[in-house]
Design a protein around this ligand. Structure first.
Ligand code: DOR
Ligand code: ZN
Length: 344
């Protein structure tokens, strides 16, 4: 197979940041996706419908001319989120989910939820209006090793939550473990998961053997090879609950190449091409469209896109750097060669 046409894909998990960053991130998202679920971890976070509306306007001002790309907004849950705000979000017509960050888990998550069990009224409201809960599924307690935080979260928090709210639509975001994949695949149809390109292409050896590679550091952190293989298996299975979410999360080169570097990989320069690489290597190009273009919107109850993209087998080298804010960032896979090119 030397070329493939796909229904235009969507990205069900992106970080666009704000202000100057939007000059890079919005055109990069619109390059091949038609919609993006926009993460709300700004400072201050996007906690209300009115903040989401203002942020959406700032994003739309950067949409390239002629593009159909749409930001799908998300509210950031805090200990103070009210059921009333959930109902207002559902009625807004532009909010498609609420994001749960355990307080302190990752970039700009200080205002996140401190105790999941105190959020019952909010989850009740979300369940009743069919609002999707996007979960950063990691515990933050000091007693849990960073490589175990997703697996422990599933047993400690997610299983009880699903038992309590069986009809709540939940996306376990950026799964990184065999346990994450198995949990979602064995759960009911209202539980889905996104997978990033970095967790499919790399494992922790790529990040740490022969020197530390800060541009592969993200959260949840890359795990061992057996988990990478489980994620590839889940992604190429075609299962309707598993879909594309890049978690493209830009940080400047300086912020990552530091004695305390930020977590996050920017991947929008080559996202669909990287996923194509994984599916091709697994002999599963016929499953790429389900993963990239149909499973996600079906899960969210949104229509499928009516345009297409064309990918061609043709080697090209990923750029070494991307202009970002008033400096630059190092994109995922910088300097490496990909075998699939986005033609149109
Ligand atoms: O690596 C990550 N970066 N993981 C997250 O959960 C947040 C993201 C960011 O915003 O930089
Ligand atoms: Zn994210």
């Amino acid at each position: 197979m030397d070329s493939i046409t796909l229904i235009r894909p969507d990205d069900w998990h992106i970080h666009l940041r704000d202000n100057l960053a939007l000059e890079t991130t919005v055109p990069a998202a619109a390059r091949c996706f038609d919609r993006g679920i926009v993460m709300p971890n700004l400072t201050p976070p996007v906690t209300t419908v009115s903040r989401a509306s203002a942020y959406r306007e700032r994003i739309l001002a950067h949409t390239p001319y002629g593009s159909n790309w749409q930001p799908l907004m998300v509210l950031y849950l805090t200990d103070n989120t009210s059921p009333k705000e959930i109902h207002a979000a559902a009625e807004s017509g532009f909010i498609y989910g609420c994001k749960y960050y355990p307080a302190g888990a990752t970039t700009n998550s200080d205002s996140g939820v401190t105790d999941l069990t105190k959020m019952d009224a909010v989850f009740e409201a979300m369940q009743s209006v069919g609002m999707v809960l996007q979960m950063h599924g990691e515990v933050t307690s000091d007693d849990v090793d960073i490589f175990d935080r997703e697996a422990v979260f599933i047993e400690r928090h997610l299983r009880p939550l699903v038992a309590k709210f069986p009809d709540l639509k939940i996306v376990l975001e950026h799964i990184t473990t065999q346990q994450g994949a198995e949990f979602v695949l064995n759960a009911s149809d209202n539980i889905g998961a996104t997978i990033t390109p970095q967790h499919l292409l790399y494992n922790r050896n790529h990040m740490l053997v022969g020197g530390i590679r800060p541009h592969l550091f993200c959260l949840p952190i890359l795990k061992r090879d057996v988990h990478q293989q489980a994620l590839i298996k889940a992604a190429v299975s075609g299962n309707q609950k598993i879909f594309l979410g890049t978690d493209s999360a830009p940080h400047t080169q300086d912020a990552k190449e530091s004695s305390c570097g930020c977590a996050g990989c920017f991947s929008h320069h080559a996202a669909i091409e990287m996923y194509a690489e994984v599916f091709d290597q697994a002999g599963a190009m016929d499953k790429l469209e389900a993963f990239a273009s149909t499973n996600g919107c079906d899960f969210y109850g949104l229509p499928r896109n009516n345009s297409t993209i064309l990918l061609r087998r043709e080697p090209w080298k990923i750029q070494a750097a991307v202009p970002y804010e008033d400096t630059q960032l190092i994109p995922l896979g910088a300097g490496t060669t990909l075998n699939w090119m986005l033609v149109e």
